[in-house]
Structure formats: structure tokens, C-alpha cells
Design a binder for this molecule. Structure first.
Ligand code: PEP
Length: 252
């Protein structure tokens, strides 16, 4: 049975004091939830990771990073390596977020290197994929997401997939208030799982958690999560409010 996951991407929001408060609030509000086969992850900025790991100790909250450099170490001013992340207790990293792709020019080739570095360091990856509005409008959306998966992930061996989580995030739905309909999400998640099954095998594909991201909120979470191939969500804006994030976790 694949794991259900609700992950909050805090982006460049929340300072150290706010991060501590937010983790405490989430901790309190989820402590009595059953959460069987469900993981709760939050991804603060680099600077707050070490304190977040400590604050989340002894709770159901896991802490992830939002990015990582592909090199092991060296002259890369301002960057953060896999080893640095591991040394503060990080086990999971978000890679390929559409903001990294569009604002920081991260392409499939670079992301494939980042994935290799993460996996070589025993880190788990939440890999984001998704089409732009133009591709959605011209009916090229399946092809676009298919090629992102092929270019960044299909060089992996079957054994590597135990450390891969996918997040389908249509770019037109991120931070826009516009959400893919449950049917649109299911169509894409099924397509992704099928592509993995064709490349590897059905059993492997059935075990990959595929999250949906794009304006998930308490009012739409349950409908989206009810789809057969949707295994949870990657949440931006709504993960910054403990009440909303908790309501989304309850919807899983
Ligand atoms: C995201 O940035 O990953 C995201 C899904 O953002 P939002 O929920 O705010 O659309």
C-alpha cells in the first residue's frame, strides 16, 4: 500500500520565531489524529531547517528542504549541499518546483543531476512536475509532463524509486487560487503512474506516492484526495496557517 503524504512548502516565508510557532501549532493540532499510513512534512527555508528539525522532534512532523545543490561541495557561494542537509537531520528534499524551474532556470538535465546527488546521499526526493497554461490549452499537457519525467527520472534503476515521491503541480494552479478539477488531477496522476509502469513495472508504479499541488485548501482537499491515483498534496499558501494545514491533513 502506498503512503499518503501531506507536505507543506513554506517557500521564502516564515522567520525563525514564526517557524517555531507554526511547528508548535501544527504539532498540537495533529497530535491526536490517527494518521495511519500518512506522513506530514513541512519544508521551511534553509536557515530554519536545523531549528525546525529540533522543534519537530517527538512529533509526527517531518522536515524537508526546498532545494539542494547538485555538487558534493566546493566553490558554490550561497548554495547548500546534501551533506549539509543531512548533518542537520534532513532526510527529504523537494526538487524541481516550478518556481525553481522558471525563476532559477533549473531544467530537466540539471534536475536529473540533483536527483542523482540526493539519491547517492540516501535522501528522499519529492520531485515536482507540471505543465504551463499554454500547454494545457493546446492539449500538450500530457506530453509535457511525460517528457519531464522521462528526462529527469527514467535513467534511474528500479531500486531507486523507493526514495522518489512525485508531486504533480500544474503551473497554472500554483498560487493562483485556481485548482485542477479532481478529474483533471486524476487524469494526469493516472497518466504518470501508467508511464512509470510501462518503463519499469506495474508493482513499482503502484507503490509510488503521487501528490497533487496547486491551490489546495480545506474546501477542495477532500474531493481532490478522493481520486484513485492522488496520494496526498504538496501545499503552498495553505500550509502557512496551522488551521488550514490541519484541515487539509484531516481530508486525506
Ligand atoms: C506550491 O508552491 O507547491 C503550491 C502548490 O502552492 P499553492 O498551494 O499556494 O498553490
Amino acid at each position: 500500500m502506498r503512503t499518503k503524504i501531506v507536505a507543506g512548502n513554506w517557500k521564502m516565508n516564515v522567520n525563525e520565531v514564526e517557524s517555531t510557532e507554526l511547528i508548535q501549532e501544527i504539532k498540537n493540532s495533529i497530535q491526536n489524529l490517527p494518521l495511519e499510513n500518512t506522513r506530514v512534512i513541512v519544508a521551511p527555508s534553509f536557515i530554519n531547517l536545523a531549528s525546525a528539525v529540533k522543534n519537530a522532534d517527538n512529533s509526527k512532523i517531518e522536515v524537508a528542504a526546498q532545494n539542494m545543490h547538485e555538487a558534493t561541495s566546493g566553490a558554490f557561494t550561497g548554495e547548500v549541499s546534501a551533506d549539509m542537509l543531512k548533518s542537520v537531520g534532513i532526510k527529504t528534499i523537494i526538487l524541481g518546483h516550478s518556481e525553481r524551474r522558471s525563476l532559477f532556470n533549473e531544467d530537466d538535465e540539471l534536475l536529473s543531476k540533483k536527483i542523482d546527488t540526493a539519491l547517492a546521499n540516501d535522501l528522499e526526493v519529492i520531485f515536482c512536475i507540471g505543465e504551463h497554461l499554454e500547454e494545457r490549452k493546446t492539449d500538450n499537457y500530457l506530453l509535457e509532463v511525460g517528457s519531464q519525467i522521462k528526462n529527469s527520472l527514467f535513467h534511474l534503476e528500479a531500486k531507486d524509486w523507493k526514495n522518489i515521491i512525485l508531486a504533480y503541480e500544474p503551473v497554472w494552479a500554483i498560487g493562483t487560487g485556481e485548482t485542477a478539477s479532481p478529474e483533471q488531477a486524476q487524469e494526469m496522476h493516472y497518466f504518470i503512474r501508467n508511464a512509470i509502469a510501462k518503463k519499469y513495472n506495474k508493482e513499482l508504479a503502484a507503490n509510488v506516492s503521487i501528490l497533487y499541488g496547486g491551490s489546495v485548501k480545506p474546501s477542495n482537499a477532500e474531493e481532490i484526495f478522493s481520486q484513485a491515483d492522488v496520494d496526498g498534496g504538496l501545499i503552498g499558501g495553505a500550509s502557512l496557517k496551522a488551521n488550514d494545514f490541519t484541515a487539509i491533513i484531516k481530508a486525506i
